[in-house]
Design a protein around this ligand. Structure first.
Ligand SMILES: NC(=O)CC[C@H](N)C(=O)O
Length: 253
């Protein structure tokens, strides 16, 4: 299920990515879920794509998170508890964090936030990411790799209290970090586009099935989407690998 609402703007690219990865995506508007015309339980994997849901009003992702928590909390919690994977990209990551599904996989338990970039502006460019060795189902086979993916956000600084930061580090929930060209994590601008604590670009829940990340893997599912595609030989556009992993995992549930 590619879940969209007013202001979502990466839904078609995300749909395309899942289709390329071998999935059978369907686009669902949140009103269809609220009206009961669609049920999460009929799906195997959920993605909340990027964009500006409800115009980033109040805070990016806030209103959609409140909507999900107010009207669909039970369905969502059941979906996650059933072991089905959830992906939140950029605005989707912001939503997952504001529902509590990240980092704790519990609706209503909000323990982190994505706040305004340190630069004070929208950051739109390609960055390097180091993939950590975690139990995240979306990054199987990618640990230790350095990915190139674009970011495009104004509120991407991962922020939380010292206790939660330590907890997610110890539990191996940090999946992606902003890095220099050699893969070394960095807090330095512009390699770290937002000033995220511990250079965090993406995290998963303790079970590794809920993933949220600020960069956009759906924008690198074709070789020619990379700005340097003429010079680099890619075995595979690595954004696509994330969707393939998700589809493969969902298939065997
Ligand atoms: N590309 C996106 O999903 C952007 C997310 C959000 N609107 C922000 O600017 O932070």
């Amino acid at each position: 299920m590619v879940l969209r609402t007013d202001g979502t703007n990466c839904d078609r690219e995300t749909f395309h990515a899942f289709a390329l990865a071998g999935g059978e995506p369907r686009m669902v508007h949140i009103n269809q879920l609220r009206a009961g015309e669609e049920k999460l339980a009929d799906y195997h994997i959920l993605v909340i794509p990027g964009g500006f849901s409800y115009g980033d009003d109040v805070h990016s992702g806030k209103i959609l998170a409140v909507e999900l928590t107010s009207f669909l909390q039970e369905q969502l919690q059941e979906f996650v508890d059933a072991g089905k994977p959830v992906l939140g990209i950029c605005n989707g990551f912001q939503v997952l964090v504001r529902t509590g599904l990240l980092p704790a996989a519990r609706m209503g338990e909000i323990r982190a936030a994505l706040i305004a970039n340190d630069s004070g502006r929208f950051e739109c460019r390609w960055v390097n990411l180091r993939v950590e060795d975690t139990r995240c189902v979306f990054t199987r086979g990618l640990a230790g790799r350095v990915l190139n993916l674009p970011v495009a956000h104004g509120e991407g600084k991962f922020y939380t209290g010292e206790d939660t930061l330590q907890e997610i580090e110890q539990a191996g929930q940090v999946v992606f970090r902003y890095a220099g060209p050699g893969g070394e994590p960095t807090g330095d601008y512009p390699q770290n586009p937002n000033g995220s604590l511990n250079a965090i670009a993406g995290i998963c829940d303790p079970a590794g099935r809920v993933l949220g990340l600020m960069p956009h893997p759906e924008r690198f599912v074709e070789r020619t989407q990379h700005p340097n595609w003429r010079r680099h030989i890619f075995s595979e556009p690595l954004g696509l690998a994330i969707f393939k992993n998700g589809v493969d995992y969902a298939r065997q549930i």
